[in-house]
Design a protein around this ligand. Structure first.
Ligand code: ATP
Ligand code: MG
Length: 136
């Protein structure tokens, strides 16, 4: 099976004044295409930090992240923005809704930014998650 994500020796360190917090330490991981992968761990163990790195929202301190054969950890900010728009869907732990837009538009905003047709997006945005098929 093909690896859609390959993470090699990923480290993420946060520095607060003189204190360094090593949240991700030499993490290696492969996510295979079509798999449903769950990341579990205690609060504060670094799950969100890992997801922000995998989706190109945060840069690793060290190590590499490949999406297929593309090393996204080398991408510029503009390339990362395109990668996120084309390939990532993300449900944030916190509420980051845009309060100038309707709930429906908040759900559709990524599709609209990707120039997808509003009429085609709306039924998908209104559908219950369990009726959305993989690849749709
Ligand atoms: N931007 C940041 N600056 C400094 N420290 C951070 C930052 N983001 C996360 N941390 C720290 O990194 C550690 C891991 O945080 P993270 O949010 O990734 O954990 P989590 O596993 O998602 O926790 P939870 O289950 O509570 O959501 C925590 O100690 C957190 O305080
Ligand atoms: Mg979290």
């Amino acid at each position: 099976m093909e690896a859609i994500l390959t993470v090699r020796d990923l480290c993420k360190t946060f520095s607060n004044e003189s204190i360094q917090q090593h949240v991700l330490k030499n993490l290696n991981l492969q996510v295979m295409r079509g798999d449903f992968t769950v990341i579990m761990g205690n609060s504060g163990s670094g799950k969100s930090t890992l997801l922000y790195a995998l989706s190109g929202m945060e840069r690793p301190s060290l190590g590499s992240i490949c999406y297929g054969s593309e090393e996204i950890s080398r991408y510029s900010n503009d390339q990362l923005a395109l990668f996120r728009r084309r390939h990532c869907g993300f449900v944030f732990q916190q509420n980051y809704l845009n309060d100038t837009m309707s709930v429906l538009d908040n759900i559709m905003v990524c599709g609209l930014l990707a120039q997808k047709d509003r009429k085609a997006l709306a039924p998908k945005a209104k559908a219950r998650p369990w009726v959305i098929r993989r690849g749709s």
